[in-house]
Design a protein around this ligand. Structure first.
Ligand code: FES
Length: 169
């Protein structure tokens, strides 16, 4: 299916998985989210070149792929830390201290929004609602784990825990 596309990133097994994703939908373009996810799982983030590559695979203009990748905060558009902390500051979280939480973590780690600490362990990102409004304020780690009803001492503990885990690996 992809004979005319330079094999930029995916190996033949991964291209089969791309084909499988495409086969689930009526049009190729609908497979964009799982294919972008595959890129991120492989590379850790999604570069402009890889957005163009996904565009070639799915016969979509780069601008379309970029539009999807930049709309969703689950896709990282630049390299992130080993622990990427996404802190929600949308309405419920903001009312329950999400903005203070973000500032606290930013000050504690010495990095601003979308920056990575010099040791590569942490990055932070301010995000829109993650659907956990009833347990605000909250943060999500590496697109997987939710930490809810957070207090500042709990965040201190969490950061220490991650730091100690990172030092063991
Ligand atoms: S407002 Fe923060 S999870 Fe919804």
């Amino acid at each position: 299916m992809f004979e005319n596309i330079s094999n930029h990133l995916f190996n033949s097994e991964e291209l089969k998985t791309v084909e499988k994703h495409i086969s689930k939908y009526p049009t190729k373009m609908s497979a964009i989210m799982p294919v972008l996810w595959m890129v991120q799982e492989k590379e850790g983030w999604i570069s402009t070149d890889n957005m163009k590559y996904v565009g070639q695979l799915l016969e979509l203009p780069y601008e379309h792929v970029m539009g999807v990748a930049t709309f969703y905060t689950m896709y990282f558009k630049k390299p992130v830390g080993k622990y990427h902390l996404q802190i929600c500051t949308n309405v419920s979280c903001m009312l329950c201290g999400g903005t203070e939480l973000f500032k606290y973590v930013s000050d504690k780690l010495g990095i601003k929004n979308k920056e990575v600490t010099s040791d590569g362990i942490f990055s932070i990102e301010e995000v829109e609602c993650l659907g956990s409004c009833g347990t605000a304020p909250m943060l999500q780690v590496n697109n997987k784990e939710y930490y809810e009803n957070l207090t500042l001492p709990q965040v201190d503990e969490l950061i220490s825990k991650f730091r100690s885990e990172a030092s063991k690996n």
